[in-house]
Design a binder for this molecule. Structure first.
Ligand code: AMP
Length: 284
């Protein structure tokens, strides 16, 4: 079955018509596809008859000084990956097609959009939710798949769908990692060999925290993870920590010492010029 590339709303309507009947799953991406994205496509296929992947580097979700202009763009390889995974339609609009020059209205991520990752990237989650809602309106999928790798993003998308009555089922997908623990990310291709060695401290810290989850409370878990990150702060290049938090999965507020049930151990740090995030879901 052939892969159709749609570049705008009209192309998308035509491509969708050609699919015929059946449930549609959307996998939104910014391209530079890797095995993590592919796992989302495979999960999407379990929930629908047809999978549509969007590839759009969304300018709205990048702040000044972030990596929008140098974000990896590998469209031909992305199309091959989609073809291999049995994707029927790739929606790849231009920024001009997505955003009217006189646009005014945006989605607000609310208070939860301003904490943790949102505190370091002001406006980021407003930009994410705005583009995701637009993609939902354009593609009109039955289901959409997002990675747990971006845990706060996934939680905010669930929140948006509930708060704004968006008729799309949201499916979360587990984080795909390299054999050494590094979470796959399009930004990993910025890492030099030395950067990569330092970057391994992120997943190592999460594992150290997770290993304590059965035996100690939030403070002990955070101490175990922090010890690994502090060691990596002395590596060359050093790991520069933005945050380490044990957060409530629904609100991203820090959990209290009496918290029971699921909690997300989340970390963000810079290594060289690259900013990386990672998280693990723990049960307390
Ligand atoms: P991005 O292209 O980085 O915007 O990511 C597109 C989707 O892929 C998002 O839902 C991410 O959470 C998801 N994703 C990114 N990295 C991974 C990974 N290592 N494992 C699983 N999903 C991922």
């Amino acid at each position: 079955m052939d892969l159709t590339v749609a570049a705008d709303r009209a192309g998308l309507v035509k491509a969708k018509d050609a699919l015929g009947p059946g449930r549609i799953a959307l996998v939104p991406t910014m391209g530079a596809l890797h095995e993590g994205h592919r796992s989302l496509v495979r999960l999407a296929r379990e929930h629908a008859d047809h999978v549509i992947v969007s590839v759009f580097v969304n300018p709205l979700q990048f702040g000044p000084g972030e990596d929008f202009s140098r974000y990896p763009r590998t469209f031909d390889a992305d199309l091959r990956a989609c073809e291999e995974e049995g994707v029927r339609v790739v929606f790849a609009p231009s920024a001009e097609d997505m955003y009217l020059p006189d646009r005014q209205v945006e989605v607000s991520a609310g208070g939860m959009g301003g904490v943790v990752e949102g505190a370091f990237r002001p406006g980021h989650f407003d930009g994410v939710l705005t583009v995701v809602l637009k993609l939902f309106n354009l593609v009109q999928p039955d289901v959409a798949v997002f990675g747990q790798k971006d845990a706060q993003q996934l939680a905010l998308i669930r929140r948006m769908v509930a708060d704004l009555d968006v008729p799309v089922s949201i499916v979360g997908a587990p984080t795909v990692r390299e054999a050494d623990g590094l979470a796959l990310s399009s930004r990993n291709r910025y890492l030099s060999e030395a950067d990569r060695r330092t970057a391994l401290a992120l997943s190592r810290a999460l594992r150290a925290g997770a290993a304590r989850a059965g035996t100690t409370g939030p403070a002990g878990i955070l101490d175990a993870a922090r010890a690994v990150l502090e060691e990596a702060a002395r590596f060359d290049p050093p790991l520069l920590l933005d945050y380490l938090i044990l957060a409530d999965p629904a609100t991203f507020a820090p959990v209290g010492d009496d918290h029971r049930g699921e909690a997300i151990l989340a970390v963000a740090a810079k290594v060289g010029t690259t900013r990386l995030i990672d998280n693990m879901v723990l049960t307390l």
